[in-house]
Design a protein around this ligand. Structure first.
Ligand SMILES: Nc1ncnc2c1ncn2[C@@H]1O[C@H](COP(=O)(O)OP(=O)(O)O)[C@@H](O)[C@H]1O
Ligand SMILES: [Mg+2]
Length: 373
């Protein structure tokens, strides 16, 4: 069983805190993406699990074994780096079998297993070639094959697809995911690409400034961001976030007022918490571009009786194929809406959009923390 347990791990470089109290528990065969902007500590966390960096404090276990004091080679893991390190002076076959040879495996076994691993990665036709004769995608496959050949319990990958062109990356994404499922490795996968993380991972740890901001399944990260940072970082285009100016109660309903044309209705269960947060440090309200739906042109001024709608003017219309991205403007506030292709809207139209109150996300303005009922 190759579970990975990271408990309260911190890593300092001098006075700089690169990792702050990291907790992460990956189950056997689980695919975990470490997702975050550049400099957030993803590589440092991966290298600390690998043993290439020593944690300043905390514990790391693989299966039942505590590994944070072991040498990298004793941790039963393999690592694939961003720049797909392959030995240039060795053929593909020798690259793949390198780890098995150093482990002293039998010759017949090495030959057969190298063949099988190469077949898994569709590089069996280039086994005799040298890396400089391969395409980028093939070289990448060799580095993955080399890591998988030793049948590691844990595979650590640092942005393995980032040097490939867009089309190849797309292709490798689904192949790699299928391959890792088949090989039953527990994988930690570093990426700054949210689509890669969303589409490949069982769980995502979103990192920022050396901290894990949220850790959970992709749907939870997307639909229930626990922090304003996650709401802003995940989703393309990102969630619309509005600063609430005042809270106003009309006909027993409470509204978060953004401006004259935009006021979001607050669900009864959240009213008290939002009021408390508003009084303490202010409140942000968020809604994803695809959660706003077109209700027609706005013929009259909005009143608070028009619950669950907002009004604005069309600033830009961008056709994206099956979708249309609109940028809307209400006074000085801009926000985005993603609609299906074919919506009948013109520039400068005044339009009404509807939303589901239970799809709104509320955050404390200073803390950034999600407001729960
Ligand atoms: N060996 C090191 N010495 C000092 N600072 C480092 C070292 N390695 C990484 N850092 C710093 O730690 C932070 C996180 O780096 P890194 O883990 O590489 O981020 P990411 O992989 O998310 O882009 C960065 O600010 C980086 O400059
Ligand atoms: Mg990195």
């Amino acid at each position: 069983m190759a579970t990975i347990h990271i408990e309260d791990v911190s890593k300092n470089f001098g006075t700089f805190h690169a990792l702050k109290n990291i907790f992460l528990s990956a189950e056997d065969k689980e695919f975990t993406a470490l997702l975050g902007p550049s400099g957030s500590g993803k590589t440092t966390l991966l290298r600390t699990v690998a043993g290439l960096e020593q944690a300043s404090s905390g514990r790391i276990s693989i299966g039942a074994m505590r590994v944070d004091n072991l040498a990298p080679k004793d941790r039963h893991l393999a690592m694939v780096f961003q720049n797909y390190a392959v030995f240039p002076h060795m053929t593909v076959a020798d690259n793949i079998s390198f780890g098995l040879k150093t482990k002293g495996a039998l010759k017949e076994y090495i030959a057969e297993h190298t063949q099988r691993t190469a077949a898994l990665l569709h590089i069996e036709d280039v086994l005799h070639k040298y890396p400089n004769k391969l395409s980028g995608g093939q070289r990448q496959r060799v580095s993955v094959a080399r890591a998988l050949a030793v049948q590691p319990q844990v595979l650590l990958m640092d942005e393995p697809l980032s040097n490939l062109d867009a089309l190849l990356r797309l292709e490798m994404r689904s192949e790699l995911k299928a391959l890792l499922k088949k090989s039953e490795t527990t994988t930690l996968y570093v990426t700054h690409d949210q689509i890669e993380a969303m589409s490949m991972a069982d769980k995502i740890a979103v990192m920022n400034n050396g901290e894990i901001m949220q850790y959970g399944p992709p749907e939870e990260i997307y639909f229930k961001p626990k922090h304003e940072f996650v709401a802003r970082f995940i989703g393309s285009p990102p969630m619309n976030l509005f600063t609430v100016q005042t809270l106003k109660t009309v006909n027993k309903k409470t509204f978060a007022v953004i401006n004259n044309d935009i006021a979001f209705v607050i669900e009864a269960s959240l009213k008290t918490k939002i009021q408390e947060n508003f009084d303490a440090c202010g409140v942000l309200v968020g809604i994803r571009p695809e959660q706003l739906s077109f209700k027609g042109s706005a013929s009259h001024a909005k009143t608070f009786a028009d619950a669950s709608t907002i009004q604005s003017e069309v600033l830009t219309i961008e056709q994206l194929g099956s979708n249309t991205l609109l940028v809307l403007k209400s006074n000085e506030i801009l926000f985005r809406v993603m609609e299906k292709y074919g919506i009948k809207i013109d520039l400068n139209d005044r339009v009404t959009f509807g939303y589901q109150p239970n799809q709104l996300s509320w955050f404390g303005k200073d803390s950034g923390m999600h407001i729960e009922a």
